[in-house]
Write a protein of this length. Structure first.
Lengths: 352, 528
């Protein structure tokens, strides 16, 4: 009896395995040409948009995802002698120098690059093409501040004032990309005195956790799905519209607000991988990423802003998101050079 | 198989699993460590010395060992009483209790983190240890439980009829017989805690660091392969040392076993009280966070579930497809792990096999648990890069990685049971003219079948919940459930959290079903 059950189970599982093998082979499809996109886990794009690309160019797109932006780039660097794919999307300005100095991209001047503002074109050598940008900003829980008759802070300096004691939660720059961006914001604002700013934040009860999810869903009081008790968190300028978009039913005002004077700008790039098996398809895909079709799909898929000015934005973005006029920025070279030092200094100041 | 002759067949039984480990584990890990330890083509061990001299890294190593030891002890303390009563009594709902205790094992840490936080447990050593017990109680219950059920109750009865009290019977008869299984379970739990990653980051917080989180930081964030390789070697040395100690503690105990017998129901008051007391700590510890998750999945009128089925707005891939993918991956991983694990367990327990090889193989099979997922994942990338072995972007790489994690479990569950078979039974069968295959079918299989089914259930559970390795392996768009949950939780907004909780509950139920089915076979068998 038991033996038969085992045999049946194993046979069923083997059949499933073979089925799985079959289906994975068929999805490879050799009839059309396939271009492979390597990217991070947060990449998302609508199916109709990808189908439009295939119709226009004849190239099908295979998407490979792995880990966060840092992991994805490091995998591309490790495999540069035998590239995983043809295009990489998702290197941001905090990692741009590493990507360029490791020489993972082939030079390519994308069609439509002229339209993109100079401020986003951080690679004058045309290896990495800017596709989108977003801002890492302190977010505030509106309800908390109105209930406590407290003014919502505006600037980085405000956050060190005593009425905001024990209200802010930030992410560890060693393990979190918004965490690193926020440290960069303080470096941009205070220059060499940035460590002393963190001393003041620490004295004012700042809390640090390892990742965005713990900070936002765990500690922040303004998150729709969260249970936290701190009304200030390091998140994104696009978090308030996301709170509206991902609520059911959607509220008429956003429960949270992003503080425009605390923002650090992140720019995301794509590039043709050096040694790509299908450089034609790769170039076509990078071009496609700058078209209106792709650009206008990004906001609701990845909650980022399109790099091409004038791209129509969805209503939740025009109503509930602000794009800070004058965010903090640092050159990619500076970030690449100082990153490890900042992390060590921050760890010593804030955690020890 | 006859055509090859028994020696070739026996050789294959060892060669195939060890070959699998060599290709999918030793080679990639060796390659990535080799790259880290070389500068400009020559071996450079300076980073190793630097790591060793760095006081903050020595502190990290110390903390890693301490938290793993404490977590292992706490896990055994909670799990063994439950195992004792689950193995001794047959009662209604026994399968359900086992299923319940198995569920935590598959939950992604990020989900468990939310439950622990809402219970006020985070940012402390207590939170880390409690979470480790929560996750690993199933391992101890499973591995020790299998050996316990296969113990011949006649021996305990004999001791008692000779006048030994229950305590003396336990310490003199039961405990020595269970020692191999307890050591086996402890080694697995220790390895899981030693290389724990999510629990440290999510529930410990930035003040706590283990070797594993440091390796992740150095490899994934800083791409400092030199330091990462040095840390990985320190980790490996520590893991091998711990396993050797464990190996030395397992003397070759011979106990006679038999088919799992139908145990008595707890009829007396005393045995009912014993049952309740034994189950209490483990079930409370597991039920409270699980209950919290289920309740939260039902928040907002169970909106999470309806959002999962209606095409969710802006969702990262279809959640229903993620469930299908997870099941498919789990089936394949289970087949690989059980087939290779049984072959290896069989070869390891044959009398006459050289003890040295067996020891090395047993150690080797556990090593994947002691090596950082990011190291293995990055190793895959640099070795499987030439066709025909360009597996880097293949669908198969995920079930293979899951099988690597599940394999030690299959081996460790079945070896103690097989080792306890009286060799005279096999000799008798052989003398009566049975060939090796027939001996296995008539003597070993009936006894090992139950352990194999339990191991299969657990292998499936491991695959369903596996997240760490999956995250560091390049994946074509095959989203498993844990990955889908992680994606939902990495976006703001209440419907994302609702859907994550709903998916986590579905994953729990799925695991529960697998565990109940795996147990079910044994019930039927016990009745017939």
């Amino acid at each position: 009896m038991s033996r038969r059950t085992l045999v049946v189970l194993l046979t069923a599982a083997a059949a499933l395995a073979l089925g799985a093998c079959g289906s994975s082979n068929s999805s490879g499809g050799s009839a059309t040409k396939t271009v492979t996109l390597v990217t991070h886990d947060s990449f998302a794009i609508s199916k109709p948009v990808m189908r439009a690309f295939t119709r226009q160019t004849g190239w099908k797109v295979r998407i490979l995802k792995n880990g966060d932006a840092g992991v994805a780039l490091n995998q591309v660097i490790l495999t540069k002698n035998a590239p995983l794919g043809d295009v990489m999307f998702g290197v941001d300005n905090t990692f741009l120098t590493r990507a360029l100095s490791e020489n993972v991209f082939a030079r390519y001047r994308a069609a439509g690059i002229e339209a993109i503002p100079r401020a986003l074109r951080l690679d004058p050598t045309n290896h990495a093409t800017p596709i989108d940008f977003g801002d890492v900003c302190v977010n505030a829980d509106r309800k908390y501040f109105s209930e406590h008759h407290l003014e919502i802070p505006k600037t980085l300096d405000d956050l060190t004032q005593s009425q905001y004691r024990d209200l802010l939660v930030v992410e560890n720059p060693a393990t979190s990309s918004p965490g690193l961006a926020f440290v960069a914001a303080t470096v941009a604002r205070f220059g060499t005195a940035w460590p002393q700013y963190w001393d003041r934040l620490r004295a004012n009860g700042v809390k640090a956790v390892d990742g965005w999810e713990q900070a936002y869903n765990g500690e922040f009081s303004g998150a729709g799905g969260g249970k936290g008790d701190r009304p200030l968190v390091v998140s994104y300028a696009s978090s308030p519209p996301a709170e509206v978009y991902f609520a059911d039913p959607p509220p008429t005002t956003a429960p949270t607000v992003s503080l425009d004077d605390t923002c650090f700008r992140q720019v995301e790039f794509a590039g043709v991988l050096r040694g790509a098996a299908h450089p034609d398809g790769a170039r076509a895909l990078v071009d496609f990423m700058l078209t209106r079709r792709f650009q206008s799909d990004m906001p609701l898929q990845m909650f980022v802003n399109p790099a091409v000015p004038g791209t129509p934005l969805p209503a939740v973005f025009t109503k509930f998101a602000t794009i800070p006029a004058d965010p903090f920025t640092l050159s990619p070279a500076r970030i690449g050079h100082d990153r490890a030092g900042w992390i060590d200094e921050w760890t010593a100041r804030v955690l020890r | 198989m006859r055509a090859f002759g028994p020696r070739v067949a026996r050789g294959l039984l060892v060669a195939v699993p060890l070959g699998f480990l060599a290709i999918f584990f030793l080679w990639p890990v060796g390659a990535i460590l080799g790259r880290g330890l070389r500068t400009g083509g020559s071996l450079d061990l300076r980073s190793l010395a630097e790591v060793w001299r760095d006081p903050s890294l020595r502190h990290v190593l110390w903390f890693t060992v301490v938290q793993a030891v404490l977590s292992t002890i706490a896990t055994l303390a909670v799990a063994l009483p439950a195992t004792a009563v689950l193995s001794r009594f047959q009662f209604r709902g026994r399968g359900l209790v086992i299923a319940l205790l198995t569920m935590p094992f598959v939950l992604p840490t990020v989900v468990v983190g939310t439950a622990f936080r809402s219970l006020g447990l985070s940012g402390s050593l207590t939170a880390i240890i409690t979470a480790h017990v929560f996750f690993n109680v199933a391992i101890a219950v499973r591995v020790v439980g299998e050996a316990w059920r296969a113990l011949d109750p006649a021996e305990e009865d004999a001791a008692q009829s000779l006048g030994a009290g229950p305590i003396l019977t336990f310490t003199a008869v039961t405990l020595p017989a269970l020692r191999p299984a307890i050591v086996a379970a402890s080694s697995i739990v220790f390895l899981f805690c030693f290389t724990s990653f999510g629990v440290i980051l999510i529930l410990g917080g930035p003040r706590f660091a283990t070797i594993e989180t440091e390796i992740y930081r150095q490899t994934a964030q800083l791409l400092d392969l030199h330091t990462a390789a040095a840390l990985s070697i320190v980790q490996l040395v520590a893991v091998v040392a711990a396993l050797l100690v464990a190996g030395a503690m397992t003397s070759r105990v011979r106990t006679s076993t038999r088919l799992p017998v139908r145990r008595p129901p707890p009829t007396s008051r005393r045995s009912q009280l014993l049952l309740a007391l034994g189950l209490l700590p483990a079930t409370v510890l597991v039920t409270v966070p699980l209950g919290d998750l289920v309740i939260r999945s039902l928040a907002n009128g169970a909106a999470g579930y309806s959002h999962l089925t209606s095409t969710p707005i802006g969702a990262p891939g279809s959640p229903l497809q993620a469930i299908a993918t997870s099941i498919k991956v789990a089936c394949v991983a289970t087949v690989i792990a059980v087939a290779l694990g049984l072959a290896l367990a069989h070869a390891l327990t044959r009398p006459g096999r050289r003890v040295g090889i067996a020891r090395v193989a047993e150690l080797l099979v556990l090593l994947p648990l002691g090596v950082s997922a990011v190291t293995v994942g990055f190793g895959f990338l640099i070795v499987f890069d030439t066709p025909p072995l360009d597996l880097r972007t293949s669908w198969w790489i995920i079930p293979i990685a899951h099988a690597l994690v599940a394999l030690p479990f299959v081996v460790r569950t079945t070896v103690p049971v097989l080792r306890a078979i009286d060799p005279r039974q096999r000799e008798t069968a052989a003398m009566l003219g049975a060939g090796p295959a027939q001996v296995w079918r008539t003597v070993d299989l009936p006894i090992v079948a139950h352990a194999a089914k339990v191991a299969a259930g657990f292998a499936a559970a491991i695959s369903l919940g596996e997240f760490g390795a999956t995250l560091f392996i390049v994946r074509p768009e095959t989203t498993t459930v844990p990955v889908a949950i992680y994606r939902f939780l990495s976006r703001p907004g209440v419907t994302n959290v609702d859907q994550a909780m709903a998916l986590a509950t579905i994953l729990m139920v799925l695991t529960g079903v697998v565990a109940v089915v795996a147990e079910r076979g044994s019930r039927i068998e016990a009745r017939s």
